[in-house]
Unconditional design. Structure first.
Lengths: 313, 305
């Protein structure tokens, strides 16, 4: 079958599909680590979207009967009805971990959306207009860059906790926005650099020469051509965002009980680590899988989109 | 170079002003104040307290007063720790935080560099897999998770080190390791990549073809050139050590500067909060400057203007 197809293709002279994205996909497919990362990301996304349907219980439901029978201690892994056990209040760990996946994946997506929303226009404006606008915007990003980000996150999250923004989506929306506000600088600088180099290319000069408007040059030529490195930066920024949310949750900032992210599960389980290490280990494993998956996928994307950079950081 | 230096040093000032402005007005823009307690104070007492601490003035005046104090080296009174000034608290915490940071940095370089070099020299053999595997594990483990694991294994089970505190070398070990883990992973990763890059360079091949022994090539030609790009990541790493110390101090109850930050926000201890924020911002700005200068010093091809 395969041979006849190949012969057929050769006979009709049809070319293999090519193009930046198709080539990149070809290289990505050969990268084992990147595929591992991709599989991890797909599984996590699946858990985040369908988690509440798959979860055996709502994440806040307490199985008081089971806890009482166990002398008011957390149920271990493999208990009947609770595959991954329960916490000290009898809440099913699998259900809580699945809800945590939903939180971590929303962090991954929403934060990077905020990052793009702020970083893209600022970087594009700085690179395109150059001169004073550039100086002003880049000095502004320097200030944001100099702000120790964890401190800024805590400051924003604590001071705005009682506002409507701080209450939205179980306290998580504020955390998303805060993390986004501290992490757009890298993308802004990257976009600016891309703009500056692409602006000098011949196809942009040609477009200018035939009177194409600035707006269409930016949207038709600059953004598509500069998108590769930005996609890589966005992907590699995701582990940082997930880690930031988990760290905040661990020190008790962000998600409000009874909801729990992986970070707050670790903080809660810490007290029981001697007798019930699974309360800490399970969320820690989940965080590890998320961080590693996105890092591998990001590294793979970078190598795939720009083979010249392979092996470099 | 001199002009560049002066400009960079002066640039720290507007950065610090901006950071302090953002912090100050964010703190004052939201409801609540330092005198909110479980037991409500009478309005007269609050008015009197506000008068004593200058909180009855408009916010911009309070900011100017605060700036005036800073210029005289006075960080102000602490609203919560009433028997100590912010200067005292900060002076007590800074040596601890700096010591922790330096120890972690030295550990990270001493472990990360050799790990990366060994991994590159044994490319695609077991040292490479071990080093890469280790750095993946470290990237996957947040510092607070590592801290918990370290405490369980080395304090609770093996009883080698105390669980928390900062009273002598025994108590320094675990916080230093917890803080150094991520930098070790990053340094090892970059060193490995940089070494592999250098291996392909013409001057290395020339040296080898001239019959120079393997070891001399590695030391004289490869490592020295491979270290140049590694210096660039020292900036982010030092910045990580500054803010990362915050979490490690939290977990191990280390009496550094970071310990006061969280409590200062929740209790609205404005002067203490401003002082800690400013110190962290200053540290990050200065360290970035030092790394840039170091980079130019190590690589003569770089000229700042």
């Amino acid at each position: 079958m395969a041979t006849t197809q190949a012969v057929g293709r050769a006979a009709t002279g049809r070319r293999e599909r090519t193009g930046l994205w198709w080539d990149a996909w070809g290289r990505l497919r050969k990268n084992k680590l990147a595929l591992v990362g991709l599989v991890g990301v797909v599984i996590l996304m699946f858990a985040a979207i369908f988690g509440p349907m798959l979860a055996p219980y709502p994440y806040q439901d307490q199985d008081l009967q089971a806890i009482a029978n166990n002398g008011f201690r957390p149920l271990p892994i493999g208990s009947p009805g609770h595959i991954l056990g329960t916490d000290q209040l009898g809440r099913d760990m699998l259900s809580r971990l699945l809800d945590g996946a939903r939180i971590s994946m929303s962090v991954a997506l929403v934060v990077q959306f905020v990052v793009l929303f702020i970083g893209l226009p600022i970087g594009a404006a700085a690179g395109w207009f150059a001169g004073r606008v550039d100086t002003f915007l880049m000095r502004f990003t320097d200030v944001i860059y100099a702000f120790p980000d964890l401190l800024f996150l805590i400051l924003l999250s604590v001071t705005l906790r009682d506002t409507p923004l701080g209450q939205a989506y179980d306290g998580l929306l504020l955390v998303f926005v805060a993390i986004g506000l501290t992490s757009w600088v890298t993308v802004a600088r990257l976009v600016r650099g891309q703009m500056l180099s692409l602006k000098e290319t011949e196809f942009v000069e040609a477009a200018k020469a035939i009177g194409v408007s600035d707006r269409s040059i930016i949207s038709r030529h600059l953004l598509p051509n500069g998108s590769g490195p930005v996609i890589v930066a966005i992907t590699l920024g995701i582990p940082g965002a997930i880690l930031a949310e988990a760290t905040l949750a661990y020190i008790g900032i962000g998600v409000q009980p009874p909801r729990a992210s992986w970070g707050s599960l670790i903080a809660d389980g810490q007290k029981y680590i001697r007798s019930d290490p699974h309360l800490v280990l399970l969320p820690a494993i989940c965080i590890a899988v998320a961080l590693v998956s996105f890092t591998f996928l990001g590294d793979g994307l970078r190598d795939a989109l720009d083979p010249k950079l392979k092996g470099k950081q | 170079m001199k002009r560049y230096l002066v400009r960079r040093v002066l640039w720290i000032i507007p950065v610090l002003v901006a950071v302090s402005l953002i912090t100050f007005f964010l703190m004052h823009a939201v409801p609540g104040g330092p005198w909110d307690q479980e037991k409500k104070l009478s309005p007269e007492v609050i008015a009197r307290l506000n008068q004593i601490y200058g909180l009855d003035q408009p916010v911009y005046m309070q900011y100017l007063n605060w700036i005036g104090g800073i210029l005289q080296g006075n960080l102000g009174p602490s609203y919560v720790f009433k028997d100590r000034t912010v200067n005292d608290i900060i002076a007590g915490g800074i040596p601890v935080t700096i010591q922790l940071g330096i120890q972690a940095f030295i550990l990270a370089v001493l472990v990360g560099l050799p790990l990366g070099i060994v991994a590159a020299l044994g490319h695609n053999r077991w040292p490479d897999y071990v080093a890469t595997g280790l750095s993946v594990v470290w990237i996957a483990t947040p510092s607070f998770v590592l801290a918990i694991i370290l405490i369980i294994v080395f304090s609770v089970d093996l009883k080698w080190f105390p669980v928390a505190g900062w009273e002598g070398p025994q108590t320094w070990v675990l916080p230093t390791i917890a803080l150094a883990a991520f930098p070790i992973a990053v340094i090892a990763r970059y060193t490995r990549a940089s070494m592999l890059e250098v291996t392909r360079k013409d001057y290395v091949r020339t040296a080898q073809s001239k019959g120079i022994t393997g070891r001399a090539v590695v030391y004289r030609h490869m490592i020295r050139n491979a270290l140049i790009p590694v210096v660039t990541i020292m900036g982010p790493i030092l910045a990580f050590l500054v803010t990362g110390s915050f979490i490690v101090e939290h977990v191990f109850a280390v009496p550094g500067v970071g310990r006061y930050y969280l409590s200062a926000i929740t209790t609205r201890d404005y002067p203490l909060l401003m002082a800690t924020t400013l110190i962290y911002a200053f540290a990050v700005a200065v360290l970035n400057l030092v790394v840039d200068i170091l980079y130019a010093y190590i690589d003569p091809r770089i000229r700042y203007s």
